[in-house]
Design a protein around this ligand. Structure first.
Ligand code: ADP
Ligand code: MN
Ligand code: MN
Ligand code: MN
Length: 341
């Protein structure tokens, strides 16, 4: 029987790359192991990844997931984009992430990313906003229950089921502070895994929302004014942070992040200055602070970790529209290189 393999990649759209995908029909005989998946190509001149005269780009399968939308033997194939000479394409941030994962393997870095996103109506306003004007101010919506305040739960629930079927390591979902805003959390898993799975989680979300006639927006500040932006808080730990006495390593990690604050902010998503204003549970983008339980800090140490004396730290600065390959790589490089004896 034929297998439908959806080859998925990240394009060259600026400033925020987007997902692209196309379907390859394969024979049963080819199997569904990663090693059996052939290279494929696409027209890079249509994705801001090549010029028309040298348009061919290469898709190199990196990870295979069962496809919960098509079901059966269908699969999703997360790909890296390569140049025809076999080198990584400049837009391929996974290649550098893979090098960092290898280099810092002995620290056993683990990640959990909280993907906040906004469901939009076709007119571009969030689900739950009236056709003219604004809904009641923020307050009841975060983790809210009840039909009037909460919209989009059917999409969030369908998405959760799809992620679990695909083997995405989900740790939960919740309704967020602004109406129409939701969150799903991936992790805790390793560097490459969290980024691959977050991209697949986003892919499934876009696909499911298509069926509802809803648009998914992961940008930092979908509604200007007194409405929360969308972040991708990135939770991080090393083996030493997770073990007894880990708090000293967590604090050292916070200090290391502070020393490279500008580099991190520059890679934490387009429009990060608009979101990190010091209001709406953020620290300003041009200031760095860390603290236990502090949601107004750049980096938070969760209360449970301070009681246990070990655990993880939460970098609250990354935007919803981050490239998780780059953010997870940078956090690993900054924190683990500072820990090198
Ligand atoms: P909050 O909304 O309170 O900031 P969430 O429950 O939404 O927290 O997210 C917590 C995240 O932390 C989850 O993605 C989870 O996978 C992750 N996490 C839990 N333990 C660890 C750990 N040891 N290392 C890295 N991430 C972790
Ligand atoms: Mn959360
Ligand atoms: Mn949140
Ligand atoms: Mn958080």
């Amino acid at each position: 029987m034929a297998i439908k393999a959806e080859y998925i990649w990240i394009d060259g759209t600026e400033p925020t790359p987007q997902l692209r995908s196309k379907t390859k029909i394969m024979d049963d005989d080819n199997g569904v192991e990663l090693a059996d998946m052939p290279l494929w190509g696409f027209d890079g001149s249509s994705t801001n990844q090549a010029t028309g005269d040298k348009s061919d780009c290469v898709l190199k399968p990196a990870r295979v997931f069962p496809d919960p939308i098509r079901g059966g033997n269908s699969i999703l194939v997360m790909c890296e984009v390569m140049l025809v000479d076999g080198k990584a394409h400049p837009t391929n941030t996974r290649a550098a992430a893979a090098r960092a994962a290898k280099k810092y393997k002995k620290y056993e870095p683990m990640f959990g990313i909280e993907q906040e996103y906004t469901m939009l109506k076709p007119d571009g306003s969030p689900l739950g906003f009236p056709d003219n004007g604004f809904p009641a101010p923020q307050g009841p919506y975060y983790c809210g229950v009840g039909e009037i305040a909460i919209t989009g739960r059917d999409i969030a629930e369908d998405h959760m089921d799809a992620c679990l079927e695909a083997g995405v390591t989900l740790s939960g979902i919740n309704a967020e502070v602004m109406p129409g805003q939701w969150e799903f959390q991936v992790g805790p898993v390793g560097l490459l895994e969290v980024a691959d799975e977050l991209w697949i989680g986003r892919y499934l979300l876009h696909r499911i929302a298509e069926e509802y006639g809803v648009i998914i927006d992961i940008n930092a500040k979908p509604v200007k004014g007194d409405w929360n932006g969308a972040g991708a808080h990135t939770n991080f730990s090393t083996k030493e942070m997770r073990e007894d006495g880990g708090m000293a390593h967590i604090e050292a990690g916070c200090v290391a992040l502070g020393k490279k604050a500008a580099l991190h902010i520059a890679n934490y998503g387009a429009g990060v200055e608009e979101r990190l204003t010091g209001a709406h549970e953020t620290q300003r983008h041009d200031q760095f602070s860390y603290g236990v339980s502090d949601r107004g800090a750049s980096v938070r140490i969760p209360w449970q970790c301070s009681i246990d004396g070990k655990g993880y730290l939460e970098d609250r600065r990354p935007n919803g529209n981050i490239d998780p390959y780059t953010v997870a790589r940078l956090m690993t490089e900054t924190i683990c290189s500072a820990m090198k004896k």
